[in-house]
Design a protein around this ligand. Structure first.
Ligand code: PNS
Length: 354
């Protein structure tokens, strides 16, 4: 027999399924585990979403419910265990409870994680049978399937002396031994909101800079990436375009300058950055951008676009007009940074000499 340690259902008993399939976490380990989790989850369990991937008696998920979790999902594969789990849930969670629902999902953790994530979780329990290596698929499935909320914790129980592999995207924050059992707490790496801002940048203009600066209010980091536009013959070399970008954003650590060959969607996938940022100037841009975005969505559903309208004073500025005006001796002052203006003059003079 197990007991709920704390919260609204404190002291309530839980039935333990018979047989070898379930290894209930001893009350004292659960107590220590939950106080460690409580101190790491800012604000405690209140309002948290919780996933218990190997439910068993439901003791972990129900303890979280008792302590204030708003939505608890408990996954369990075995029919006999499920019957006991349902009994425990029904006994503890009053029908129509305003504190939040507990949902029992029949099936394996693997099956649950292979379906598209319908919500993200602040806390996940991974407490599978010790001997089958279910840790690796569960932990990597949580990360790659997008099941973890920002700053989520994953609480893993494993046999002392062994150590589950921790996939990229999760970092160990605590490991504590309780005899035979070790409790490992992992945290989701703070996923930064990042976007790719691709373009020819031949050369960079104040129109581009305006979009990047405003984009930094939405994203934590922006990767400005030069690429080949097969429809355009560049005036500047790849290295010149990169140098102008580096110089422009030398004082902005949140902007990374990069370059890529091949398709934008492949680059975004390689970099694991799901958002492309583009500026829209006038109606004329719309058709071209809409076509590109639609084609890219056809090529990959992992990448989506965010369009920002260029500021009113920049809407007529384009790299091609800048090149044309400069080539014909007109002034582009104020439309590009001074170092770009100087490079334009030098490049055009060199071309005239050739
Ligand atoms: O500044 P530009 O010239 O409008 O930028 C266009 C660019 C470079 C973003 C676009 O041509 C591009 O993504 N090129 C990479 C190759 C690619 O993915 N092409 C398919 C576009 S549907």
């Amino acid at each position: 027999m197990l007991r709920i340690v704390a919260g609204i259902a404190r002291g309530r008993r839980l039935r333990v399924p018979d047989g070898q399939r379930v290894r209930p976490t001893a009350d004292r380990v659960r107590e220590a585990m939950f106080s460690a989790l409580e101190s790491r989850l800012r604000g405690g369990f209140d309002g948290r979403t919780v996933l218990d991937l190997f439910g068993g008696s439901g003791a972990l998920g129900l303890e979280a419910f008792s302590r204030g979790a708003i939505a608890v999902t408990i996954v369990e594969a075995h029919a006999a265990v499920l019957a006991v789990l349902r009994e425990n849930v029904d006994a503890l969670v009053p029908r129509g409870a305003s504190t939040g629902p507990v949902t029992v999902v029949p099936g394996t953790a693997g099956a649950f994680l292979s379906r598209p994530a319908t919500s993200t979780y602040d806390l996940v329990f991974v407490d599978p049978p010790y001997d089958a290596d279910l840790y690796t698929p569960a932990l990597s499935g949580l990360v790659s399937g997008g099941f973890l909320a920002r700053g989520a914790l994953v609480c893993v129980e494993h046999r002392t002396g062994t150590r589950p592999a921790v996939p990229a995207g999760l970092v160990e924050v605590q490991s504590r031994r309780y005899g035979e059992t070790t409790v490992l707490i992992l945290a989701a790496e703070q996923s930064m909101r990042e976007a790719i801002y691709p373009g020819s940048f031949d050369p960079i203009t104040h129109g581009h800079i305006d979009i990047i600066r405003r984009g930094l209010a939405i994203f934590d980091r922006i990767v400005v990436a030069t690429a080949v536009n097969v429809r355009k013959q560049p005036l500047f070399t790849d290295e010149d375009r990169l140098e102008m970008l580096r110089e422009t954003f030398a004082d902005e650590p949140r902007v990374e300058i990069d370059t890529f060959q091949g398709l934008l969607v492949d680059y975004a996938r390689r970099r694991r950055i799901p958002t492309v940022l583009r500026g829209l100037r006038a109606v004329s841009d719309f058709e071209y951008e809409f076509q590109m975005a639609s084609m890219n969505r056809r090529l990959s559903h992992d990448v989506d676009y965010l369009f920002m309208m260029t500021s009113e004073d920049q809407y007529y500025v384009s790299s091609s007009l800048i090149r044309e005006v400069a080539a014909n001796g007109g002034s582009v002052e104020g439309l590009v940074p001074p170092h770009v203006e100087a490079r334009l003059k030098a490049r055009l003079a060199a071309l005239r000499r050739d």
